[in-house]
Design a protein around this ligand. Structure first.
Ligand code: ATP
Length: 373
C-alpha cells in the first residue's frame, strides 16, 4: 500500500489532478499498485483564509508519505513570489529534493521539428545549488561595503564574507553560484544510477566550463570519476551547443545531467520540443526521502475553471510517480494510454481536440481498464 499525499493546489492544478487521480484509480483496479491518497489543502485558498503557507503539521504529514502528487501553485490574488517561495521552494528545501527529473519525449505529431526522428531525453537537473541559491547582494556607494552571505541547507551551513568595495562610484549587484563536492557527488551518483537503469551507455553533462571554470571545472572532475566507477561514457556539452543540438539531433541524447540554472532554461526548450506545457511531467526527487511529482505547467489562471486544461502532463507525472515507487509496468501503461489518446485525438483544445479535462482523464482511465488481463 503506497501512501500518497495529493496536493491539487491552485487553478488548473485542481482540474488536472482530479483527472490524474481518475487514472491512478484505474491503475489500482487492474494492477498490484494499491494506494491510499490523502488530500492536503496547501495552496492560495487556504493562505488567503488563514495566512498559512506550509505549516509544521503539513511537513510532518508529508514526511510520513511515500510520495507527493502535486498540481500547481499560483494565484493572481497573491503577490508574486509569496506562494512560490513559501510553498514550492520551501518544500524542495525541506525535503531536499535534489534532483529535478524532466523527460522530454517525442510525441508525434506534436513535435515542432522538421525531422521526424523519435527521441527520449531524460534531463536530470540539479535542484539545490549553482546560481539559484539566492546568494547575492549589492555593494557600492548606495549600499556601503558588504557583503556577508549565509546559506543554510540540509547538508551544510555556508558563510561567505566578501571584501567588496567599488572605487569608481558605481553600484554593483552580484549573484554567486556555488557547487559543493557533496552536492555534485550525489548528483553524479544519481545520474549514473539513472543511466544504468535506463540502459544508457553514456551520461551527457551540460555546463559552461570554458567560462565558469571554477564551479563547472570541479563538477567535471567529479563526473569523470563517478562515470568511470560506474563504467559509463561521459560526454561534455556546453549549454549553448546543447540548445542547438536539442533541435538538430535530439535523438543522440539519453541521460542528461545539467546544473540548476541551465537546466531551468533547457527543460523549457524541451517542453516545447515535446508539444508544449500540457505535455510535460516532472519529478522533484530525493532518492532517500519523499519525492514529489507534478506537471511542469503552473496554475494557468487564464484558463482555470473552464475545464479545458490538458491533463496529460499530470498523467505523465503520475507515470513518473509509479516508476519511482517501483511500478515500471504500470508506468509504461500510462505512457501507452497517453499515446492512444493522441492517436485517437481524444484531446483538449490546446492539442486540437474538443474534449474537456475530465473527459480526457476518463478516456485514459478507460484505456487503462481495457488492458485488464
Ligand atoms: P503560474 O504562475 O502558476 O506558473 P502561469 O499561467 O504563469 O501560471 P503556466 O500555467 O505555466 O503559467 O502556463 C502558461 C500558459 O500556458 C497558461 O496561461 C495557459 O494558457 C497555457 N497552459 C499551461 N498549462 C496548460 C495546460 N495543462 N493545458 C492547456 N493550456 C495550458
Amino acid at each position: 500500500m503506497k501512501h500518497i499525499a495529493v496536493i491539487p493546489g491552485d487553478g488548473i492544478g485542481q482540474e488536472v489532478i482530479a483527472a490524474g487521480m481518475d487514472v491512478l484509480d484505474a491503475v489500482s483496479e487492474i494492477s498490484s499498485f494499491q494506494f491510499d491518497p490523502e488530500e492536503v489543502p496547501i495552496g492560495s485558498d487556504r493562505y488567503l483564509r488563514t495566512g498559512e503557507l506550509l505549516t509544521d503539521e503539513d511537513i510532518a504529514l508529508l514526511k510520513s508519505k511515500d510520495a507527493i502528487y502535486f498540481g500547481a501553485i499560483g494565484d493572481p490574488r497573491v503577490a508574486p513570489g509569496v506562494l512560490e517561495q513559501g510553498i514550492l521552494l520551501r518544500m524542495r528545501a525541506v525535503f531536499d529534493q535534489y534532483i529535478n527529473l524532466r523527460p522530454v519525449t517525442s510525441w508525434f505529431p506534436l513535435v515542432p521539428l522538421k525531422r521526424e526522428v523519435p527521441f527520449d531525453i531524460h534531463f536530470l537537473r540539479e535542484n539545490t545549488e549553482d546560481f539559484y541559491m539566492g546568494a547575492g547582494g549589492e555593494f557600492g556607494p548606495s549600499h556601503g561595503d558588504p557583503a556577508h552571505i549565509h546559506i543554510r541547507r540540509e547538508t551544510y551551513d555556508l558563510d561567505v564574507d566578501l571584501k567588496a568595495s567599488a572605487s569608481n562610484g558605481d553600484d554593483f549587484a552580484f549573484e554567486i553560484g556555488f557547487l559543493s563536492t557533496r552536492g555534485i557527488e550525489r548528483f553524479a551518483d544519481y545520474a549514473c544510477r539513472y543511466a544504468k537503469a535506463r540502459g544508457d551507455s553514456k551520461v551527457t553533462l551540460v555546463d559552461k566550463a570554458n567560462v565558469c571554470t571554477h564551479v563547472y571545472g570541479l563538477q567535471r572532475e567529479i563526473f569523470k570519476r563517478k562515470t568511470a566507477e560506474y563504467g559509463l561514457d561521459l560526454e561534455f556539452m556546453f549549454v549553448d551547443a546543447m540548445a542547438m543540438a536539442m533541435i538538430v539531433r535530439p535523438e543522440t541524447f539519453g541521460t542528461v545531467a545539467v546544473p540548476n540554472l541551465f537546466g531551468d532554461i533547457l527543460t523549457d526548450l524541451g517542453a516545447q520540443l515535446q508539444g508544449g506545457l500540457g505535455m510535460g511531467g516532472s519529478g522533484n526527487i530525493n532518492p532517500e526521502g519523499v519525492s514529489m511529482f507534478e506537471p511542469i505547467h503552473g496554475s494557468a489562471p487564464d484558463i482555470a475553471g473552464r475545464g479545458i486544461a490538458n491533463p496529460i502532463a499530470a498523467v505523465l507525472a503520475a507515470q513518473m510517480l509509479l516508476e519511482n515507487q517501483g511500478f515500471p509496468e504500470e508506468g509504461k501503461l500510462l505512457h501507452d494510454a497517453v499515446r492512444n489518446a493522441l492517436d485517437t485525438r481524444q484531446t483538449t483544445p490546446d492539442l486540437g481536440g474538443s474534449l474537456s479535462t475530465s473527459e480526457v482523464g476518463r478516456g485514459i482511465a478507460d484505456y487503462v481498464r481495457s488492458t485488464r488481463r
